[in-house]
Structure formats: C-alpha cells, structure tokens
Design a protein around this ligand. Structure first.
Ligand code: ADP
Ligand code: 5SP
Length: 477
C-alpha cells in the first residue's frame, strides 16, 4: 500500500481502476485537489486468454493493497480494450476472455472485412476489424466453438464486466444482486473498440454483431452506454461511473487536449490524439475510437512494446536502469542494428503471424549498447509510423505525452525525442489510466469534469535524428 497524503475525516475521495493486461492498479484521489491519497496493485496471469475471475480477484487484492475503499464516494473502472467476455443467461462467463493480443482471430477479422467491406465498416463503426477487436473474437468463437456461441446471452468488455461485479451483480452463487444482465454498463470509448458500435451516433450496430455471431443478435444483451457525467448505484453507497477503455482513460488522466498526442508504452504500444471530429480510416491502420469525454480518439496500436524491452533487457542480463544506461551509451541508429520487434505477431502493420528480426549485424555493430538502443528504436519507430498515419487525417501533433510503464525509462524518453517529430513531455510517474478513471469518477459524481493539475517531470525538445527512422523503413516488408 502506498500512502502519499494523509486523509482527513472531511475529505471526499474517488477511486480509479486500471485493469490492464499485466496487472490491476487502483488509485484513490482527493475529490477537491486530485491528490493521490493511496494506491495499490495486483498482478494478472499471463496469457492471451484469461478467466475474468482472475481480474476480479486482482481487483479485490489491489483495493485491499490500497487500504480499501473507506471514504470513497465514486469509482470508475478503466481497462484493457476489446477483450471478449461472453456471459450466459445465468451471468456465468462461458469461456476464458479472449484478449486484444490474441491473434487467433486474424482470419475471422479478414472474413468479416470480406463479407462487409472495409469502407462499410469504417463508415458504420469508424474501425475496420483486426484480430484484436471484439467482433473478430465473436466470429472466432462462432466458428471454433459454436456450442459456446449458442449460449451467449450478453457480451461485455473487461471493464464492463468488472464494473458489473463491483456493483454486486454476477452469477447467483457469487454475487449479492445476481445475474441482472441489463445492469451491464459501458462507455463510448470502450464500446467503440468492439467494431459493432457507431460512436458518432452512440448506438450499437446489432446487424454487424449478428454477422460476427452468425445469428440474429437482437436478443444479445450489450452494456448500456453511460455518458461521462453519469453514474449508477454501486455497493456500500459507492457510485460507479461509466468507466473507459484504457487509452481513453489515460487521455483523461494526463489532461490531453487538442494538439496533444498520447504515446503509451505498456504491454501494447499506442499513439492517439483527442479530437472533436471522428476519424474513419478504411485502410484500418487508424482506429477511429471515441474518447471518454464526448469526443474522439483516433489511435494506432502495436502489439510489441514494453515487453520487447523486458525481453531484450533479460537477454542482456540487466535491469531496466542498466538497460537505459546501455541504450544511451550507443549512437542514434545503433551502428546500423535494426530490431523489427514483432515478437508477438503485429497489429500495425497488420502482420499477425510475423516474428521479430534483427538486421544489420556486423562484428562492429553487434554490441550490448547497440542492441539495447535498437530495441527501443524499433518500438518507437513503429509508433512514429502510426503517428504519421494519424497526422494524415489532419490531426496536429504539437507535443508527445509519454506514458505507460516504459515511459519511466530515461532512454525511452530521450530516444522518443529523436524519433518523433515533436517535443516530448513526460508526466510524473503514475498510473495514468487509473488516474483518468478517477477523473471520470469525480466527473460522474459531481456532474462536471474536475480541473486537477498534471505534474510534468521532463520536457525534451525535438531532437530529430533522421537516421533512426530511415534505416528502420528500409527493413519494412
Ligand atoms: N523503467 C522501465 N523501463 C522499461 N520498461 C519498464 C520500466 N518500468 C516498467 N516497465 C515495463 O512496463 C510494463 C508495464 O507497463 P504498464 O503500462 O503497466 O503495462 P499494462 O498497462 O499493459 O499492463 C512492463 O512490461 C514493465 O516491465
Ligand atoms: O488494444 C489496445 C488498444 O486498441 C490496447 O491498448 C489494449 O487496450 C491493451 O492495453 P494495455 O494493457 O497494454 O495498456
């Protein structure tokens, strides 16, 4: 448990949750100042399919690690996007949740595009299916496990299901309020990652869900979409707000506005902007998601991010601090060494079966320093390519806001300023998804968005080194 500030008896608190791929984090903030009062975390199991019960257990451990919810008036739950939580009519989870990084649904995504058309998907939902999206996972279950698909009574995303459990709903033998599927709630940001939601109209596209499920989906319960200023009752008098997809919650947490580009380097790598107008990219590279504040969140995601650095550091036998020092001891371009970091297949570019490759190895270039730098450059180049695609939709990039676990690496921040064609700002180390979910909790509780300060620890001027992206580009297929 981390206690940053003493709590007084008159203080009202709000809580934010980030149920992310690798862990669950809880932050408890003071409603009036936004100060973090206490926080906690718990690990999630590895794997690209996970029993949601593990998330529920981790959430309770993280809450307890944070000293419990005493004094908390409202909670918002942010979480990894896209995961398919399929429920039967008794509120039981039908099979382990299929996560955003499970690439078995790549063929299902391709089939949906060939049946509906990429242009039509982009027009109706703002996105074009890739393996990550919920619709692709629904189709995968319909084809690979038709007996499971036939039992689906409701479909939730990870954060929807956790909000439901937190409010006291669930299977009759596991929850005080029972399996009331109509009490599932969500928000526009996470709904927009399903590929069966029209975020400009704020409505589900049940015909597209039916195509994915291979049956009439009019009776499938989908979570009710709440606005950012709304709340519903929860347990012990604690109100529950809409929650959000993790990237949209991070945007709230770091106060991203027009001209800001969020770059998150966690399990996934993401680059996103906050915009007033929707983006629809029929190529599917830019996902035209909604944000958690009533606007839009055009986003490009990569599958290979912080864990590429973890794996390379482990190969070199060093911790994160030494890994950063090694990378900074190498020159930009890593002496010609290029790591194409597609260890887990890749989503952008859409190469679900790809593997990683190391190019440019000579006796001179193959040093520990160059390998550390090449890993960071490879991850950042993929995200910089994504930013170019977002800019192509007329989005301005005045500064990069760097968050996610790997943003704590000095080398990542300094090399980001060499790779992105914009200054880089690093907010103070923090769990920005959970912090943003707490922003939403405050917003839903009071009806207006709080104006809490965001502390910045580093500002790096643009320091573009063209060699890095030029040599990476020569290795693209
Ligand atoms: N100083 C650091 N340098 C590089 N990577 C780091 C550092 N600190 C944490 N990480 C990595 O960040 C990742 C966790 O980031 P996080 O944003 O919490 O991920 P997620 O939200 O996807 O679960 C882990 O892979 C961890 O090893
Ligand atoms: O798929 C996406 C965005 O489209 C990912 O960003 C997931 O939302 C997982 O996030 P992390 O757990 O890596 O933060």
């Amino acid at each position: 448990m981390a206690t940053d500030t003493a709590v007084t008896s008159t203080q009202t608190l709000v809580a934010g949750v980030d149920s992310s791929t690798q862990s669950c984090k809880v932050v408890i903030r003071d409603l009036s100042s936004g100060a973090v009062i206490r926080s906690g975390r718990a690990a999630h199991p590895d794997g690209t399919e996970v029993d949601p019960a593990a998330w529920w257990e981790a959430l309770q451990s993280a809450i307890s690690d944070a000293g419990g919810l005493d004094g908390v008036a409202a909670v918002g739950v942010g979480g990894q996007q896209h995961g398919l939580v399929a429920l039967d009519s008794d509120g039981h989870v039908i099979r382990p949740a299929l996560l955003w990084n499970d690439t078995r649904s790549a063929d299902a995504a391709a089939a949906l595009i060939s049946e509906i058309g990429a242009e039509e998907y982009a027009r109706r939902t703002g996105v074009v299916p890739v393996a990550s999206f919920t619709a692709s996972k629904v189709r995968w279950v319909a084809d690979a496990e038709p007996e499971n698909a036939a039992r689906i009574a409701a479909i939730a995303l990870p954060h929807d299901w956790l909000s439901w459990r937190l409010r006291g709903y669930g299977p009759a033998d596991e929850s005080p309020l029972g399996p009331v599927l109509d009490e599932l709630i969500t928000d526009r940001s996470d709904a927009s990652g399903t590929a069966y939601f029209d975020s400009t109209r704020g409505e589900y596209d049940r015909e597209l869900l039916g195509v994915a499920l291979r049956r009439d989906a009019s009776d499938v319960v989908l979570p009710r979409v709440l606005g950012p200023a709304e709340h519903v009752p929860g347990q012990n008098g604690i109100l529950v707000t809409a929650g959000a997809g993790d990237n949209a919650a991070a945007a709230l947490g770091m106060g991203a506005g027009s001209g800001d580009i969020g770059v998150s380097i966690g399990t996934s790598g993401t680059v996103f902007a906050v915009t007033d107008v929707a983006v629809a990219d029929p190529s599917g590279t830019v996902a035209g998601f909604a944000d958690a504040a009533g606007g839009f969140l055009p986003l490009v995601a990569t599958l290979n991010a912080a864990r590429v650095l973890d794996a390379t550091a482990s190969l070199l036998g060093v911790d994160h601090g030494e890994f950063s020092r090694l990378a900074l001891a190498a020159e930009p371009g890593a002496g010609g060494l290029v790591l194409q970091p597609w260890f887990e297949g890749e989503r952008t570019p859409n190469l679900p079966d790809a593997t990683a490759s190391l190019f440019g190895m000579t006796l001179l270039s193959t040093s520990r320093e160059n390998l550390a730098r090449a890993a960071i450059e490879g991850v950042l180049c993929g995200l910089a390519d994504g930013l170019d695609r977002i800019r192509a939709h007329g989005v301005r990039a005045e500064r990069i806001l760097l968050v996610g676990g790997a943003a704590q690496s000095e080398a990542v921040a300094r090399i980001a300023a060499q790779v992105f064609d914009a200054p880089v700002v690093v907010p103070a180390p923090g769990e920005y998804v959970a912090l943003g979910a707490a922003v939403q909790a405050a917003w839903g509780l009071r009806g207006t968005a709080p104006d809490w300060p965001v502390e910045i620890t580093a500002r790096l001027e643009r320091d573009t080194r063209p060699i890095i992206r030029e040599q990476y580009a020569t290795r693209l297929p």
